[in-house]
Design a protein around this ligand. Structure first.
Ligand code: ADP
Ligand code: MG
Length: 232
């Protein structure tokens, strides 16, 4: 009995419990998807249609989990020191295939060697969701630029796209749970990003104009937690 209570206490919040469950659900989903894909390759009859449908729904479940915890490990948040520039380059590399598929040029101008003390995986999730949205909003031939710069004790990350932008009304609904304008959207990504940045005491703001693009600005100001990489 005692042990059960202790185990229950491992999760500080319901959010952590949800993250843990999502994490566990992910593995069986991946296995099921793999076998269904295998079956689909061999199937020529009527079942082919069903398999396509099932795989589509499975993809949906996967997207929901991915927006929520592609990188974040459940349980405790673990803070570590890392180069912001390094993380942004990581994410750029990770999303290059998506950009390529969309015909979008993904560039970065990273002008800072600042370190950040934060949960790296969570921060990565926040940045991935934002850049993914930027790419998805942009048409063939457009571009997404990631910039990093520092000012005094502050670090500023900007993600600017030349995509379709948002109307005032759309902008005001951004970040509310399940708000999406996409066929296969989850309406989770932005909310998750905003929450993560705010939990780091950072600020995040959106500027957008319909037809010309969107700019997301993240400001991290925390003199105790942000340091320069002097160890060379
Ligand atoms: P999803 O991407 O699954 O739709 P999100 O929470 O990530 O969910 O985004 C919610 C909505 O916000 C998107 O469907 C889109 O309409 C809008 N949005 C977010 N980022 C951008 C952007 N950079 N440009 C245009 N619209 C955006
Ligand atoms: Mg999204």
């Amino acid at each position: 009995m005692k042990q059960e209570i202790r185990r229950a206490e491992k999760f500080n919040t319901l959010g952590e419990l949800a993250a843990s469950i999502a994490h566990e659900v992910r593995n069986p989903l991946t296995v099921v998807k793999g076998f269904l894909q295998l079956m689909q390759q061999k199937e020529k009859g009527e079942n082919y249609q069903y398999l396509t449908l099932v795989l589509g729904e499975l993809g949906r479940a996967e997207a929901i989990i991915n927006d929520y915890l592609s990188f974040a490990k459940p349980q405790y948040e673990k803070k570590e020191k890392f180069l912001i520039k390094g993380l942004l380059l990581d994410v750029q590399q990770l999303l290059e295939p998506l950009a390529l598929k969309q015909g979008v040029e993904l560039r970065s101008i990273l002008d800072s060697d600042q370190l950040l003390l934060a949960d790296r995986d969570q921060f990565k999730q926040a940045i991935v969701n934002i850049i993914k949205n930027a790419i998805e909003a942009t048409n063939n031939g457009g571009e997404v630029i990631i910039t990093l710069e520092e000012k005094n004790d502050m670090v500023r990350i900007r993600i600017k796209d030349s995509g379709k932008g948002m109307t005032k009304d759309q902008l005001s609904r951004l970040g509310t749970l399940f708000y999406t304008t996409k066929d296969k959207g989850t309406g989770l990504g932005t909310m998750v990003s905003i929450r993560i940045i705010e939990s780091m005491n950072g600020k995040i703001s959106y500027r957008s104009e319909e037809g010309s693009g969107t700019e997301v600005t993240i400001q991290l100001r925390n003199p105790d937690e942000v340091g320069r990489n002097d160890e060379k």
